[in-house]
Design a protein around this ligand. Structure first.
Ligand SMILES: Cc1ncc(COP(=O)(O)O)c(C=O)c1O
Length: 391
């Protein structure tokens, strides 16, 4: 990032005047607080004692045999709460406390970020309100109940397509009205600067651990790392420490029913530059610049935008972005469950599906690391329903 808050031409702060002051305060608080010993010590202690880091890097012997390469999973499914999202919410909630904020608000798609925010609200003693598209509250009912159990208030958003994009709009509206005492805890590397930077920093722990672990197990860096991309936080978290290395990096978007059908959420594969939620990045839009409706079997990838750093990495070709369809994802969901006894989140199953579809690209000794961003418990009832079983 050369210019402040920019990734090439992408990123920036496209917000109303009301929020500019809040963003500047946030930027300077982050710069000041996050580099202090006290903050680092407090965060690493929460990450290890509470969140359960470091997470294992698991060699998958059975899947490797079937796919014909050395497949590892970075086990973010084992982070407390069931996904990588807690790495970020712990960091931002600690910052909010240091800034003297009295209330956290958040948006959520799959519910995992909402759950992770509810968790930090409970453990750090801050009230939490979570905006969630009404459609997502239905397909992720288990996570709604988990948030409520932990004392958070879930607000179903009934506008637009009633998914993540609309939830973010509502959260931004709330933030404008309550900016003095409220901290808006964004769940991915999206939104105006400094959010993409902060979230990337808090999620980079995934890649740092992976690098150390793979060197220890294999004595060399992996040939390829694969991660799913919604907003892009788990992907940038694992990619970041490898950007200067000779390692192939692949981001997998939600191809939904197929990119050619228009029923998908593959922003980098099929979008164009535009402004959404305070930043310039790739965006799914029509010829008039209106945001297009999206579709994905996984609520966490169902978003028409993407983090600005990914936009830059796509243009520079350092990272390859591709998409897999819902049907491939459901196959991967079953494959990993059957071969390894690990039920992946539908989001993470996109990365597994990429490897299944492209297994012939790899040699038997090639090391491929998949970022398993979350566990699939939240998706089990929905997948059963698709197979005609009501649980
Ligand atoms: C398990 C899991 N993986 C991935 C994502 C996508 O988000 P991101 O691209 O920011 O990692 C989500 C979002 O809710 C998620 O719950």
């Amino acid at each position: 990032m050369k210019k402040k808050g920019r990734y090439g031409t992408y990123g920036g702060q496209y917000v109303s005047e009301t929020l500019m002051g809040a963003l500047l305060k946030l930027e300077s608080a982050y710069a000041k607080v996050s580099t202090t010993r006290a903050f680092s010590r407090e965060l690493s202690s929460l990450l290890s004692e509470y969140a359960g880091r470091e997470t294992p890097l698991t060699f998958c012997a059975n899947a490797s045999r079937e796919l014909g390469c050395r497949m590892y999973l970075k086990r973010e499914d084992l982070v407390h709460g069931g996904s990588h999202k807690l790495n970020n919410t712990l960091g931002q909630a600690l910052l909010a406390k240091h800034m003297g904020k009295k209330r956290l608000i958040a948006e959520t798609g799959a519910g995992q970020h909402g759950v992770a925010t509810a968790i930090v609200g409970a453990v750090l003693g801050l009230p939490v309100e979570v905006y969630m598209g009404e459609v997502d509250t239905q397909r992720q009912a288990l996570n709604v109940f988990r948030m409520e159990l932990m004392g958070a208030k879930v607000i179903p958003v009934k506008s637009g397509t009633r998914t993540l994009k609309d939830a973010i709009n509502e959260a931004l509206r709330d933030w404008v009205a309550n900016v003095e005492h409220t901290y808006y805890l964004i769940g991915s590397v999206v939104g105006p600067h400094p959010y993409p930077l902060m979230v990337r920093d808090f999620q980079s722990v995934i890649g740092r651990e992976t690098k150390k672990q793979v060197m220890k197990k294999e004595g060399r860096l992996p040939d390829c790392i694969v991660a799913c991309v919604g907003g892009g936080s788990n992907a940038i978290g694992i990619f970041s420490p490898f950007l200067k290395d000779d390692v192939e990096l692949i981001g997998v978007e939600a191809g939904g029913e197929g990119i050619e059908t228009g029923e998908h959420s593959a922003t980098l594969c099929a979008g164009e530059a535009g402004v959404l939620h305070g930043a310039l990045s790739y965006l799914l839009q029509d010829a008039d610049g209106q945001v297009l409706p999206t579709h994905s079997v996984s609520a966490g990838l169902d978003y028409p935008g993407v983090g600005p750093e990914h936009a830059m990495l796509k243009d520079s070709r350092r990272v390859t972005y591709t998409a897999v369809n819902d049907s491939d994802v459901l196959e991967a969901f079953s494959f990993l469950s059957r071969t390894e006894g690990i039920i992946p989140a539908l989001e993470s199953a996109h990365a597994v599906a990429y490897l299944m579809k492209n297994a012939d690209r790899f040699e038997r000794d090639d090391i491929v690391v998949i970022n398993l961003s979350g566990r699939g418990d939240k998706d089990v009832a929905e997948v059963a329903k698709m197979r005609g079983r009501i649980l």
